[in-house]
Design a protein around this ligand. Structure first.
Ligand code: MN
Length: 227
């Protein structure tokens, strides 16, 4: 028994459809991956992809509510396809990328938009805008062996039953294979890593009491509420 100063934190895990748990290692996020969302944020659609990260323990599962975070007055929803990596690799070729995928889920990249705007203006890191506590509600993981590798289909977000975001996976600028290949040039991907693949247009603010439901055709859903 190692002589830990305190009990190590239990790994964060996401339920897998049909049983089992996916232990989360790292959470990578693709910035700007749907042209319409890039335009609504005032950016150039020709930019290459870039990545940021959230800590594994930002993941919230089971439809649990998330507290409205401190230090913001502009908490935004971003519904995203989440890729669950099952096979390690670096410098992965586009044509081999899907063989590294265990499965898929629907997730929310919750964002303190006002802090992100400040960070962008000052050329500072995005962590306090993106990587805060409870910032990544994620639904059940569906194995690719059961649902395949979705590359088109509606991705939507409802707030209190009203549609706020709608796009199609087919409108991703960088598809899942390309995102994996590109990211794996910078870091070694390992089983347990998640990649949140960017959000379609329609991002907006939520307030306490709101109920959020994200869905992707053929993948599933994620649900949370702001408490
Ligand atoms: Mn995002």
């Amino acid at each position: 028994m190692a002589d830990f100063l305190f009990e190590p934190h239990a790994p964060v895990s996401i339920p897998i459809a049909r049983g089992g748990l996916f232990a989360v290692r790292r959470v990578y996020c693709v910035g700007r991956n749907y042209a319409e969302h890039i335009r609504e944020m005032g950016n150039d659609t020709r930019d290459p992809p870039f990545f940021f990260a959230k800590p594994a323990d930002a993941v919230v599962v089971g439809g649990a509510g998330i507290p409205y975070p401190p230090q913001t007055e502009d908490l935004h929803h971003e519904v995203e396809l989440v890729v669950a990596i099952g096979v390690d690799g670096s410098d992965i070729a586009v044509k081999d990328a899907l063989s590294h995928v265990y499965g898929y889920a629907v997730g929310l990249d919750m964002t303190r938009r006002d802090l992100q705007a400040d960070a962008k203006k000052a050329g500072r890191p995005w962590e306090m805008a993106k990587a805060f506590d409870f910032s990544a509600p994620i639904g059940t993981i569906e194995p690719a062996s059961a649902i395949g590798h979705p590359d088109k289909g509606a991705i939507t977000l409802l707030v209190n039953g009203a549609e706020r975001q709608r796009g199609d996976l087919g409108d991703q600028i960088w598809n899942v294979s390309e995102a994996i290949a590109y990211l794996s040039q910078f870091v070694t991907l390992k089983a347990g890593d998640l990649i949140m693949t960017g959000t379609p247009a329609g991002v907006g603010a939520v307030v306490r009491g709101d109920v959020l439901e994200g869905s992707i055709a053929g993948v599933g859903s994620v649900r949370t509420s702001i408490i």
